[in-house]
Design a protein around this ligand. Structure first.
Ligand code: FES
Length: 119
């Protein structure tokens, strides 16, 4: 065995960091990690408020599909709806640099405020 424990742990951490995933980061926001991107989006589907944290993430195509009525949103194209019931785009509020930590609570609250302001 040529690999040290530290190398094995570092490799596992790197692999885990690259796994596509969706996680809730505040009451109204989710973090989508896929394809080297880390996006903070609205946690609620723009159609009828489906919980996007339970959506299906197609990391190869960067599509996030709502679990309720299956609208699909293109995360490479501003969250534009590409399939499913007609509705607005899924709001993308931040595009975090690779390796950046999840923003602190105050910043997440500021981003949530943008949902209400509609900007
Ligand atoms: S609530 Fe998301 S597609 Fe209807």
């Amino acid at each position: 065995m040529t690999e040290t424990v530290a190398e094995a742990v570092a490799e596992t951490v790197a692999e885990t960091a690259q796994e596509p995933r969706v996680q809730q980061v505040s009451e109204r926001l989710i973090l989508v990690e896929a394809g080297g991107r880390r996006l903070i989006t609205d946690a609620a589907c723009p159609h009828r408020k489906g919980l996007m944290r339970y959506g299906h993430l197609d990391a190869d195509r960067m599509l996030l599909r709502c679990p309720l009525h299956h609208s699909a949103f293109d995360l490479r194209d501003g969250g534009r709806r590409v399939a499913g019931p007609a509705c607005a785009a899924l709001r993308i509020l931040a595009d975090l640099p690779e390796g950046a930590p999840v923003p602190p609570e105050a910043e997440l609250r500021r981003l949530e405020g943008r949902l209400d302001a509609g900007d």
